[in-house]
Design a protein around this ligand. Structure first.
Ligand SMILES: Nc1ncnc2c1ncn2[C@@H]1O[C@H](COP(=O)(O)OP(=O)(O)O)[C@@H](O)[C@H]1O
Ligand SMILES: [Mg+2]
Length: 357
């Protein structure tokens, strides 16, 4: 895949071609006796879209949380553009990693535009409190910020809804708004946690195009998703997590063709699986691969629908406090454990996605 970061379309936080953007080594995350992520290595290079897949409970979101300062890994090290990550989520955002959440987290009673402006606070000199208090200097910065926020809304296709309340957006548009807000911090790496969950096929297609466009602006992307068609169309490389460990990593054809992936992900071989009818998996554009990925997507959608029973909500929700912290520059990881998402946030519209840590 080629990425032209020299065009005028390159984003502010864009990373030069050939650079290792993310370098996670030996990342392990334990919760008491449970090892949710075990010794995972993963790199993302500039210009790349990398996929992270695996069954529910495999540790994907936990791994993301280790990459964004929400969790400090029990073992291992994460470097972003060569620097070890700071252990606070707002510092990670300032360093250049932005993310969206498996559970949508927007400010429900703010407008679409205001939500994006909140995302800009790590990039404005005045910062969040000045924006809230309308202090001196705020108005100077405001115009430029609003222009950039409007540009981003245009980029994701929401400019016509800038003044709508976030809570009134249909679900798919809320996900787009989360992406716009993440982009507002001008990241060099964007992490997307199930960006198409709950979307219809048209919205999913549009999200695919949006992710390609983000990549073309020089922003590397790491994406978790259950929709295999989406993943294998989109990604230059795909890593598979199973029970916290990386089972395999490779290009789409390699991963689709690996029988351990089929077994781990779907439980049993499925009709049209690589090796059943043909000797090898076709490349993503091949019709066989299409059929394979469609079936996988359907199976994973069914698995996702079962999620509420399979994965009860934990009593504590560290990410909720951290989400709060991201927008308030509060400390991300030392708040009371029972903290909930801010009362003002939109909760996820998709049932079964509560397990968003
Ligand atoms: N804060 C936490 N405390 C205890 N266990 C957790 C916590 N976060 C995640 N887990 C557990 O870690 C495992 C991986 O969860 P998660 O990362 O959400 O998986 P995935 O995103 O792949 O579905 C699950 O068994 C989950 O219950
Ligand atoms: Mg998850």
């Amino acid at each position: 895949m080629t990425t032209d970061t020299t065009t005028q379309g390159a984003a502010e936080g864009a990373v030069a071609p050939g650079e290792t953007v993310l370098d996670a080594r030996g990342v392990t995350m334990r919760f008491g006796g449970l090892t949710a992520v075990r010794n995972v290595d993963l790199t993302v290079n500039s210009g790349e879209i990398v996929g992270l897949i695996g069954p529910n409970g495999a540790g994907k979101t936990t791994f993301f949380n280790c990459l964004t300062g929400l969790y400090v890994p029990t073992e291992g090290e994460v470097r972003f553009r060569g620097e070890v990550l700071p252990p606070k989520s707002f510092k990670v955002t300032a360093a250049g990693i932005a993310r969206t959440f498996q559970n949508i987290r927007l400010f429900a009673n703010m407008t679409v535009l205001e939500n994006v402006l909140v995302g800009r606070h790590t990039r404005t000199k005045e910062g969040f409190w000045s924006a809230i208090l309308r202090g001196p200097g705020f108005h100077r910065a405001e115009k430029a910020s609003r222009e950039r926020a409007m540009e981003l809304l245009e980029f994701v296709g929401l400019e016509a809804k800038a003044e709508h309340l976030a809570r009134n957006l249909p679900y798919g548009e809320q996900r787009k708004l989360e992406i716009a807000r993440a982009l507002a911090s001008e990241p060099g790496l964007l992490l997307l946690d199930e960006p198409t969950a709950g979307m219809n096929p048209q919205e999913t297609r549009a999200t695919e195009e949006l992710v390609f466009a983000i990549r073309d602006k020089g922003i590397a992307v790491l994406v978790i998703e259950h929709d295999m068609r989406f993943i294998f169309n989109l990604c230059d490389r795909v890593a598979v997590l199973v029970q916290g460990e990386k089972l395999i990593e490779g290009d789409s054809a390699t991963v689709q063709g690996d029988e351990r992936v089929v077994a781990a992900y779907l439980g049993e071989p499925f009709e049209g699986a690589p090796g059943e009818e043909a000797p090898a998996a076709a490349p993503a554009e091949g019709s066989q691969a299409e059929a394979v990925t469609t079936e996988a997507a359907e199976a994973s959608a069914a698995a996702a629908a079962e999620a509420p029973e399979a994965e009860p909500v934990e009593p504590s929700e560290p990410e909720a406090q951290a989400s709060d912290a991201e927008t308030s520059q509060a400390q991300a990881d030392e708040a009371p454990a029972e903290a909930e998402a801010p009362a003002d946030t939109v909760t996820d519209a998709v049932p079964g996605k509560e397990n968003d840590r």
